[in-house]
Design a protein around this ligand. Sequence first.
Ligand code: GDP
Ligand code: MG
Length: 176
Amino acid sequence: MSYAYLFKYIIIGDSGVGKSCLLFQFTDNRFQPVHDITIGVEYGVRTINVDNTPIKLRIWDTAGQELFRSIIRSYYRGAACALLVYDITRRETFNHLASWLEDARQQANSNMIIMLIGNKSDLAKKRQVSTEEGERFAKENGLIFMEVSAKSGEKVEEAFVKSARSIYKKIEDGDF
Ligand code: GDP
Ligand code: MG
């Protein structure tokens, strides 16, 4: 399938927030509940349509190396978008966002967009971080925001399309 643009994405955030599941849900439309599916798969690809323009996304997973920040840093090279993921049922993963953001801002080129993703929206009863808190953090730091469920697939597609559209617009406006 031909495409007009190829965007590199990276998925960052604490271990266990659902980064690999998110990638799998987006590229394969399935939920793979087994932890550690990262092994052997470093990226997934899918072409989506944004305003009638085919855009290929190559999405890099951090491959279980979340603790090795020095390795993760090399992932940032050439990335158009970072998806910064936390788990709405584990507050600590939300508390760590600032440090992930600091890394991202340091390592990435300045026009990389960052999308904040609150994952596991299907686990409403276990929620520890409110939607408003996510929205506020995103607003304060100039991030796009969405809550999704890598399990049910809710808003997963929308999140990728929204971020890709934002990059596409930047290119059209000549500031990418
Ligand atoms: P990673 O370490 O960030 O790559 O996280 P994984 O994708 O391996 O997921 C960690 C755990 O969370 C696994 O047990 C998944 O089954 C579970 N998980 C991931 N996303 C969701 C979700 O949206 N809802 C629920 N209920 N569980 C999820
Ligand atoms: Mg993983």
